[in-house]
Design a protein around this ligand. Structure first.
Ligand code: GLC
Length: 508
């Protein structure tokens, strides 16, 4: 057993590093972080570039880097070691050791791997029984898998000698880390100063389980049932909201919206009860990764100052997708999961009408069969006007962002949305519904950076699309709009500052 001293802004305390059963790592004295940096631990189920199924991964990867770049934070990220993490990364991970993690009657192996990238340290939790499967989610035992993951997050803290000032948990898969901290761990001296921020990226997925699993699976004592119980079930997102010092969503507008039943997927009473500790912070994107000036995957690079390369991207895209090469026909694109809440019911309603105009429409994505089938059908019927790419393809997505003129995102709800920001980086003009982060990031009007419509109504969308198409033919007006679009600042510098402010408030 060794002791080490850690300095907080106001308190100096002694921490004990305790060896766990199966701990193969020596418990040597470890030096605390130098330079008075605040310590932040991100707990998340996915992160670029290691494992990506959606926007969550992009945010974890880019926000952690943006915070580390300030030089004021020691940022670390912990996630599961999925077997789908590519060899090119895996071979670089360093095995730190292993311990055994207790969860109700289970006592499970937990290997810890480490990797440092862009000033951020990543920890990967290894257990083949839970994570040696394709993909991340969708298994009957996801509750148990992420309970093990969250328990491991708390258990590895003495092992890696890192007790964060802020534990920042993302979405329901990380909710139990917040819950365990406030039920089982905060009574231990080392854990008592850790403050927890819980971020909701999508309220639709809450981690709902039968109450029977409370003790046996989740290892939550009966006296804490009230924290996680909701509608006669266990609701892990609700538990994390109750247990965290603060919670946030990924745009200010979404923070408001989820107070209402239309957007809350049943959780609005909990959101309203806790709104005193709710903040909405708009995501940023990795503006170096999405940069029309340097992106090697697009057909020609171009800048805000010289947009001429954009025409080349359009021409090559049309050739690639077997669409007639027509420089004066606007290309309207959608890159999206093909699911209802992305607004596809509006699109299916009026797309055929739109295709009667002089336009080309490109859709990229996978999802519900009814939408995949619909787009394929229209592409077959209008081969000169429509291309349906039913696939997930990062390289093609960049070519479409760069080669189209208008980017359509008519979501029914959208916590933040990143695609409208990415499209903007390639001077492609967004047409969006005014909801969540779409409302916060895209503003219509003379000095705006896109087109918007308020009601979830197919003909409102069609009206605005036709307005955009009309403006497209006014070359001067359109080129001024493209300038404003590509110059909109979607970098993390602003949003990371807001997280920083929030962390500091939480730390008092
Ligand atoms: C979820 C949301 C999306 C958001 C992303 C990152 O995927 O659906 O709107 O941009 O998380 O926060």
């Amino acid at each position: 057993m060794a002791t080490t001293t850690t300095t907080k802004t106001t308190v100096t305390r002694t921490r004990k590093v305790v060896a766990k059963t199966g701990d193969t790592k020596a418990t040597e004295t470890k030096t605390p972080v130098a330079g008075g940096k605040k310590k932040v631990l991100f707990v998340a189920s996915e992160c670029t570039p290691f494992m990506v199924t959606g926007g969550l991964a992009e945010v974890i990867g880019s926000l952690s880097k943006a915070l580390a770049d300030t030089g004021r934070y020691d940022v670390r990220v912990v996630m599961p070691l999925y077997s789908d993490i590519k060899e090119e990364y895996r071979t670089k991970f360093h095995y730190t050791g292993n311990l055994y993690v207790h969860l109700a009657w289970r006592n499970q192996y937990c290997g810890v791997f480490e990797y440092e990238k862009d000033g951020v340290k990543f920890y990967f939790i290894d257990n083949e029984y839970y994570f040696k499967r394709p993909g991340c989610y969708g298994y009957f035992d996801d509750g148990e898998r992420f309970a093990f993951f969250c328990r491991s997050v708390l258990e590895i803290m003495p092992f890696i000698n890192f007790y964060p000032d802020i534990m920042h948990c993302h979405d329901w898969q990380a909710a139990l880390a917040a819950i365990y901290l406030k039920t089982n761990y905060c009574f231990r001296e080392e854990y008592q100063y850790i403050k927890c921020l819980f971020t909701i990226h999508n309220i639709e997925y809450q981690g709902i389980y039968s109450l029977d699993l409370l003790c046996d699976l989740f290892d939550i004592y009966g006296r804490y049932k009230y924290l996680v119980e909701y509608n006669n079930c266990i609701n892990l997102m609700k538990g994390a909201i109750e247990c965290s010092e603060h919670f946030s969503t990924v745009s200010p507008r979404y923070a408001d919206e989820i107070k209402y039943p239309y957007y809350s997927h049943g959780l609005d009473p909990i959101i309203r009860n806790n709104e005193f500790k709710l903040t909405g912070i708009l995501n940023g994107i990795d503006v170096d990764g999405y940069n029309s000036e340097t992106d090697p995957k697009i057909f020609a690079n171009f800048s805000a100052e010289d947009l001429s390369g954009k025409a080349k991207n359009k021409e090559e895209l049309q050739k690639m997708l077997n669409l007639p090469v027509k420089s004066d026909t606007p290309i309207i694109s959608m890159i999206s999961r093909l699911v209802s809440h992305k607004g596809l019911d509006l699109v299916t309603n009026v797309l055929e009408d739109l295709l009667q105009d002089d336009v080309q429409v490109v859709v990229l994505g996978t999802g519900d069969q009814q939408y995949e089938g619909f787009f394929k059908y229209l592409a077959g019927k209008y081969p000169e006007k429509m291309s349906a790419q039913i696939q997930f393809n990062n390289e093609l997505s960049r070519k479409i962002y760069a080669g189209s003129d208008i980017f359509l995102m008519p979501s029914k709800s959208e916590p933040c949305g990143l695609s409208q920001m990415i499209a903007s980086r390639y001077a492609t003009v967004p047409v969006v519904r005014e909801t969540g982060g779409l409302y916060d990031s895209i503003k219509p009007g003379e000095n705006g950076n896109g087109y918007t419509f308020a009601n979830y109504n197919a003909h409102d969308m069609l009206y605005v699309l036709r307005q955009a198409i009309g403006d497209y033919h006014d070359k001067e007006r359109w080129s001024a709009l493209m300038q404003r679009v590509i110059k909109t600042d979607f970098s993390w510098s602003r949003s990371a500052g807001e997280y920083e402010k929030l962390y500091l408030e939480m730390l008092g």
